[in-house]
Design a protein around this ligand. Structure first.
Ligand code: NAP
Length: 254
């Protein structure tokens, strides 16, 4: 299947490692120009070098913390000077801190709003005018299986990510007329640094593997394949969905 991604321009937020990196790598393999981001300069540069040359597209990288408005503005302004519009926006950041309600502070909540919801709102606001003029666009939000079924000890993720899904579902209705699709992809337990850290903090987290019908944690490449399809020209009639890549962990019928 030709995914029609050659020469598309994709900004993959928080992509120096983990799920974002895998998505960027897969888009690059399909011939897209990819724009990477992360906070750690060395990590970001290493990832840029790794992805450079895997496909025919250009790879660029912008350092910055997407939970900070000034960083977002700087990154977006630089990108929009280089490219008048992007085709594909993948919203993503690192996950919020783990914990139960009584172990978390009001500050933890405020930081998480900005990290998960604020970053997504702001990136869509910045890149939307360009997508509308094309008119073509793909907006994909990396959320979590937690939006369908709360994950123990992750109350911040369970709560604030639901608002991102509300945002994206509403955007799907508002932006369809501009040929812009908007979807969420919900990772299940996937082998990245985030999962490693959660297990180190709380070893019982690893027992979740027994609740997964496929009886293993996912690989980032398996997640990236789903995002890449939704970003492609071939996913032209899919919008407003939340696709789980969770090995069957979510127990809801729908
Ligand atoms: N892996 C899983 O099992 C799983 C399951 C459900 C949901 N999720 C969610 O999916 C998202 C990605 O997870 P992951 O497993 O890929 O995490 P990860 O392995 O920790 O990677 C996170 C990436 O985002 C960058 N990053 C973190 N915070 C950032 C910020 N504020 N601004 C810009 N870049 C930032 C990191 O680089 P720097 O640190 O250098 O910035 C890194 O490149 C997270 O929100 C996570 O909670 C993951």
């Amino acid at each position: 299947m030709d995914l029609g991604l050659k020469d598309k321009i994709a900004f993959v937020a928080a992509s120096s490692q983990g799920l974002g990196k895998s998505v960027a790598l897969e888009l690059a393999r399909e011939g897209a120009h990819v724009i990477l981001n992360g906070r750690n300069t060395e990590l970001l540069e290493a990832t840029k070098q790794e992805i450079d040359g895997v496909g025919s597209g250009k790879v660029s990288a912008f350092i910055g913390d997407l939970s900070i408005a000034e960083d977002r503005d700087r990154i977006v302004n630089t990108i929009l000077k280089q490219y008048t519009a992007i085709d594909i926006l993948v919203t993503n950041t690192g996950g919020p801190v783990s914990g139960r309600f009584e172990t978390l502070s009001q500050d933890d909540w405020n930081t998480t709003y900005e990290l998960l919801l604020g970053s997504a709102v702001s990136l869509v606001r910045s890149f939307l005018p360009g997508m509308k003029t094309q008119p073509w666009g793909r907006i994909i939000s990396i959320t979590s299986q937690a939006v369908k079924q709360p994950v123990e000890n992750l109350i911040l993720s369970n709560s604030v990510r639901a608002s991102v899904v509300g945002l994206m579902k509403t955007l799907a209705s508002e932006l369809g007329e501009y040929n812009i699709t908007v979807n969420n992809v919900m990772p299940g337990y996937t082998k990245t640094n985030r999962l490693k850290t959660l297990i180190e903090k709380n070893p019982t987290f690893a027992e979740a593997v027994n609740e997964i019908p496929l009886k293993r944690f996912g690989n980032p490449e398996e997640f990236a394949a789903a995002v890449t399809f939704l970003a492609s020209a071939r996913a032209s009639y899919i919008t407003g969905t939340s696709l789980a890549v969770d090995g069957g962990w979510i127990k809801n019928i729908l």
